[in-house]
Design a protein around this ligand. Structure first.
Ligand code: EZ4
Ligand code: CO
Length: 403
């Protein structure tokens, strides 16, 4: 028995907000879990501190599955991003502890390495096609095998994925939501031109990806997928709002561009139909928002039956703790696809010292026991929480739209 003696949440903002759970056992082992939910951070911190931590004290840290079921079934109110992020943080911290107790990096407990490294994609963003392609060339020069391309849409003042700070894109940019303007027709003209130029400039050896960020109707998404077919994308991400799985039937009927979805999913129930009907090619659920390693493995096992591969969301609003967990998962899971990699700032990396490293287009979680990442609590305390929101989106006539 590895008795849980204490647990606490740490909220810190080294450039952006992160919520971290730290669990301590009676014999002095510690584990960390990421509970960051962008723009709604304190709700998860409260869920953990006020409702979950009291139930953890005295339990056996080794009983990961039982604690998961206890928190999921025991709440009566199931699913949802707040609940599932909190359960995920507990789950990550317990896997961290178990792997430390075993003296092994976590991927060894998950079945060992299935590959030499985790292929990642970087974000090439620009106001213009030229700027985006310059950023993409930079990634290729650094060894990246895959790059996501987002570019400003002519006639729109702001575009998803494009911001002032090219190196460290951060969408949660204001203490009240920024208002953006969207036009589907302008976007649908611009996106294929970006990829035509990209193939000219970058050739065919690099994987190219694109994020639609839930903004299209199914038929518009079908058309975009068709228009992008000549450029052989690795995937088109989040084509339509993710709540309606049936929308993907329409997209699928019209295009062979591979489809990815799932960064806003928090449960296997969100993706069950998409996977079973083979409506998607990549499932992008994350360790943090989809119930931890325990639940993500369950999703990946279901996906493997239908040739759906993983492609975990890896934005900067997931902390290095979540990134480390995704890397152990990605290194070991049989149906791994690709991992998103938005680099954290030096400030964030300093608060979360970690063992993972990048080499020639691949990340590796490293050989440190556990997750191989920790939180420097003294440094974290120097970066107090700052309220920050994701933007909202409106059509040109003022109607609310999906951001
Ligand atoms: O907008 O993580 O694929 N990556 C993304 C991200 C999301 C943010 C939201 O918090 O879509 O940039
Ligand atoms: Co996305």
């Amino acid at each position: 028995m590895l008795k849980i003696a204490a647990a606490r949440t740490v909220v810190t903002s080294p450039g952006r907000n992160f919520v971290t759970l730290k669990i301590e056992t009676q014999d002095g082992l510690t584990g960390v879990g990421d509970a960051t939910l962008n723009g709604r951070e304190l709700a998860v911190a409260s869920y953990l501190s006020d409702h979950v931590i009291p139930c953890l004290i005295g339990r056996d840290a080794h009983q990961i599955e039982d604690i998961w079921q206890y928190l999921y079934k025991g709440a009566y109110w199931r699913r949802g991003p707040v609940t599932m992020s909190a359960i995920a943080a507990v789950d990550m911290a317990l896997w961290d502890i178990k792997a430390k107790a075993a003296g092994m990096p976590l991927y060894q407990l998950l079945g060992g390495a299935s590959r030499t490294g985790v292929m990642v994609y970087g974000h090439a963003n620009g106001e213009t096609v030229e700027e985006t392609l310059a950023a993409a060339r930079d990634y290729v020069a650094q060894g990246y095998k895959a790059v996501r391309l987002q570019s400003g849409v002519p006639g729109l003042t702001s575009t998803y994925g494009v911001s002032k700070d090219k190196l460290f894109y951060e969408p949660a940019d204001a203490d009240l939501p920024t208002e953006n303007v969207w036009s589907t027709s302008k976007y649908l003209r611009a996106a294929p031109a970006l990829f035509a130029a990209a193939r000219e400039a970058l050739g065919w050896d690099v994987h190219l990806l694109h994020d639609v960020h839930h903004r299209l109707t199914p038929i518009d998404a079908g058309r975009l997928g068709k228009d992008l077919e000549p450029y052989r994308l690795f995937w088109m991400e989040d084509a339509t709002p993710a709540e309606n799985p049936e929308a993907f039937r329409i997209i699928r009927q019209h295009t062979t561009t591979p489809l990815a979805v799932g960064e806003v999913f928090n449960s296997i129930w969100d993706c069950k139909q998409l996977i079973e009907e083979q409506l998607i090619d990549y499932i992008r659920a994350t360790v943090t928002h989809a119930g931890g390693i325990t639940h993500l493995r369950r999703i990946a096992s279901l996906a493997a039956l239908y040739n759906v591969r993983t492609g975990c969301h890896g934005a900067t609003d997931l902390s290095p703790v979540s990134m480390a967990a995704a890397l152990h998962f990605g290194l070991s899971v049989p149906n791994f696809g690709i991992q998103e990699y938005m680099r954290h700032t030096a400030e964030t990396d300093a608060v979360f010292p970690h063992a993972y490293s990048f080499d020639d287009g691949y990340l590796h979680p490293g050989e440190a026991p556990g997750l191989g990442v920790d939180i420097d609590e003294a440094l974290a305390a120097k970066h107090p929480y700052r309220r920050a929101y994701l933007p909202v989106n409106r059509l040109e006539d003022g109607s609310m739209h999906d951001w």
